[in-house]
Write a protein that binds this ligand. Structure first.
Ligand code: Q46
Ligand code: ZN
Length: 270
């Protein structure tokens, strides 16, 4: 556990994610990664509170919220909860109305409300529990399509910019296994079931491939990810300078006149 926490701390320092004076909002789903992150940050003396979005996905969401609430009590830090059904509509409802994959809607909405609430509540930084397995799988898939915009944005720190709160991934060097072990050793209760919509995620096949490579040659994942950060990403950043506007309706950052969530809201309220 000490090793884990030291490694989280050194990652935070290496990428200059935040300091002990910053107010940090940790996005928690109820799964082991995000709860491990929250606990590690608190134990390291960071000023970190939790934020949970109830997605309205039946029993899965009910249990997730409960787990987050009891974890918040356990570590003695406040948890902010919002309910998607109250803000706009639940994920299953939106999927029905929009005929779009649940995860793409869910991703947009999580990003939006996380950012919005962080600002409303006065937090300077949003921390998420993305791990090395997640990051290397996403990198793999972006490399397969040579998606330069996505590649450029793939960094464990996204600075505050044009209405976006700073976003960080302090577990980017930890594997899922390490997070699970930390959670286990802490005697933590977390949600083991996956979201019922998780099945079709394309990143799963990349995770499998990477796991196979890792098995044959340990360290592959970490090398793949860190060498990208060190050697390739700086080249991509150099020639980038895209400016974002703000949504005419809600004032959140958006590349179009009315942001995706406000357009969605308009459609579902018809
Ligand atoms: S919660 Fe949301 Fe995930 Fe469920 S609907 Fe898809 S994106 S799988 S991290
Ligand atoms: Zn908007």
């Amino acid at each position: 556990m000490e090793w884990f926490e030291r490694r989280v701390e050194s990652t935070v320092r290496e990428f200059r994610m935040f300091s002990k004076d910053d107010r940090i909002l940790v996005a928690v789903s109820g799964g082991k990664d995000s709860l491990a992150l929250w606990q590690a940050l608190v134990r390291l003396g960071y000023n970190a509170d939790g934020f949970h979005i109830n997605l309205g996905i039946g029993e899965y969401s009910e249990i997730s919220e409960m787990v987050c609430r009891s974890f918040s009590t356990r570590i003695g830090r406040p948890l902010h909860v919002i309910n998607l059904a109250e803000e706009i509509a639940s994920i299953p409802e939106l999927k029905q109305k929009e005929k779009r994959p649940a995860c793409s809607l869910c991703g947009t909405l999580k990003r939006y409300y996380m950012n919005r609430k962080a600002k409303e509540l006065g937090y300077k930084v949003i921390a998420t529990g993305h791990n090395l397995d997640d990051e290397s799988a996403v990198l793999f898939s972006n490399v397969m399509g040579w998606d330069l915009d996505y590649l450029r944005r793939q960094y464990p720190v996204l600075d505050e910019e044009g209405g976006f709160v700073r976003k960080v991934k302090p577990l980017c060097k930890m594997t899922e296994k390490e997070n699970a072990l930390y959670a286990f050793l802490s005697g933590m209760e977390y949600v083991e079931d996956e979201c019922p919509f998780a099945e079709g995620a394309t990143s799963i096949s990349y995770k499998k491939l990477l796991a196979q490579l890792e098995e044959e040659s340990p360290g592959t994942k970490l090398r793949f990810y860190l060498e990208f950060l060190r050697k390739v990403r700086p080249l991509l950043v150099e020639e980038e300078n895209k400016s974002l506007g703000v949504c005419r309706v809600c004032g959140e950052p958006s590349s179009s006149e009315v942001c995706a969530v406000c357009r969605l809201k308009e459609r579902v309220s018809l």
